[in-house]
Design a protein around this ligand. Structure first.
Ligand code: FCB
Length: 429
């Protein structure tokens, strides 16, 4: 594979993201673990399906074929993650071949004029890390930074970086619900973990800027349209307002002020200093759905959630409401950061191609409207390129533009893949 002559800048990014037809990033997003598993990751032993078959699509070996699909789609950007546990399977063992593997992916992308966007942390950890240095322990910061430093010293040609994918989802899953590793259910440990993760973001932001001229760095923040279960019920409204602030907006404020204000229902508010003020070059928004919520004293944290098909778009196979208008809402919240916005994930789990197409069109129409109204949206990444392992749902949630037969590993384009190519060519922003 040819190596990019200018190691720090890829052809597409010289001069920065400018917006406009030729610069809008049309991409797809994936995460390493969901495609290729890893025997060394915390999730591999967390989930019984994966214990049997951690490498669900064999992407780690079929990556060249999969990267050709990007070409076929006509995307100009690809967001993917580096699997930390492959890079550092043991605390004192760095795998140079694994690093070279991810560099090769970058090289292939650049040769094909596809902008790479790397996620450093997408939910998974090396098993040793989560056992010895889970995020609520201070040792976690140093260990994550060693990993980030290793990657930054080695990987060339990447300008777009996501430090953490959905830190709040990691927190809710790993530290409040306990359904994701490390499987803790403790609000004060959750806050400590969040603080440490945000410290890592701040330090990694600086590290990337010290190595990569003109780097574009962000987190990918999961944002949802949140609404009261019953609009007339003041308790439901209160819960929805608290959730809107905590889930969608408190991180934005932390980027604006360096202070994180957290208020869980029926608890005293907490304020933390987090060194992330202005540590963003764009803001990554992952948007999927709307959630209705109500007070229920018998549920964890006193909140019950549900999805309702209100607009007639239907629910996805995950049971999530399809609600394109909510994307405008969350983009408006995010616009208060005064930084370019990129939709780093948006997608639907369904085996129904027409539904997938309608979902995609609905959301891209909203983006077009937002841009016309003056919001600075610079990119859209559909989740996902191929069907893959969905964290708590296993292999049934079919998000892919390409369908994967998990027995033969064959990839087949869905009609939504053809439609996405058409969308990319036909939209003028
Ligand atoms: C997001 C995750 C991504 C994928 C989609 C469906 O929250 O970032 O890994 O699982 O949901």
């Amino acid at each position: 594979m040819k190596f990019n002559a200018n190691p720090s800048l890829s052809p597409l990014t010289k001069g920065g993201i400018k917006g406009g037809k030729d610069h809008f990033l049309w991409g797809v997003a994936t995460s390493a673990f969901q495609l290729e598993g890893s025997p060394y990751a915390d999730w591999a032993s967390w989930d019984s399906i994966l214990n049997i078959n951690p490498d669900v699509t064999n992407h780690y070996h079929l990556y060249k074929k999969d990267l050709l699909l990007l070409k076929e789609l006509g995307v100009n950007a690809y967001r993917f993650s580096i699997e930390w546990s492959r890079i550092q399977p043991k605390e004192n063992l760095w795998d140079a071949e694994a690093i070279a593997h991810y560099q090769e992916i970058v090289d292939i992308l650049i040769e094909n004029n596809i902008e790479p966007m790397i996620t450093l942390h997408h939910f998974t950890h090396p098993l040793w890390f989560i056992k010895r240095y889970p995020w609520h322990k201070d040792g976690s910061i140093g260990k994550f930074l060693e990993y980030a430093e290793k990657i930054l010293a080695a990987i060339r040609g990447v300008r777009y970086w996501i430090t953490f994918n959905e830190p709040y989802v990691l927190l809710l899953g790993g530290y409040l619900e306990g359904c994701m590793p490390p499987g803790v259910s403790d609000a004060s440990l959750a806050l400590k973990a969040l603080e440490n993760i945000l410290i890592c973001h701040g330090k990694t932001f600086d590290m990337i800027h010290a190595k990569v001229p003109g780097a574009m760095v962000s987190v990918a923040h999961n944002m949802a349209a949140l609404a009261p279960w019953k609009g007339w019920n003041p308790l439901d409204r209160l819960i929805a307002n608290i959730a809107k602030y905590f889930y969608n907006r408190s991180l934005l404020d932390a980027f604006l002020t360096g202070r994180l204000y957290v208020k869980f229902p029926f608890r005293k508010p907490i304020e933390l200093n987090v060194p992330i003020k202005d540590k963003l070059d764009f803001f990554g928004v992952n948007y999927y759905t709307r959630v209705h919520m109500r007070f229920n004293p018998f549920r964890k944290m006193g909140v019950e959630l549900r999805h309702r098909d209100i607009d007639g778009y239907g629910l996805t196979d995950m049971g999530w409401e399809i609600h394109p208008r909510g994307l405008e809402k969350v983009l408006r919240y995010a616009s208060k950061l005064n930084t370019p916005l990129i939709i780093t994930e948006n997608g639907i789990a369904t085996r129904n191609d027409r539904k997938k197409i309608k979902f995609m069109k609905g959301h891209v129409d909203v983006i077009e409207k937002c841009i016309k109204k003056g919001l600075d949206v610079r990119g859209y990444f559909y989740w996902s390129l191929i069907d893959n392992y969905e964290w708590l749902q296993g292999l049934d949630a079919r998000f892919g533009l390409y369908k994967v037969d998990f027995d033969t590993l064959e990839r087949t384009p869905t009609q939504a893949a053809t439609y996405y190519s058409y969308l990319i060519k036909s939209r003028t922003f």
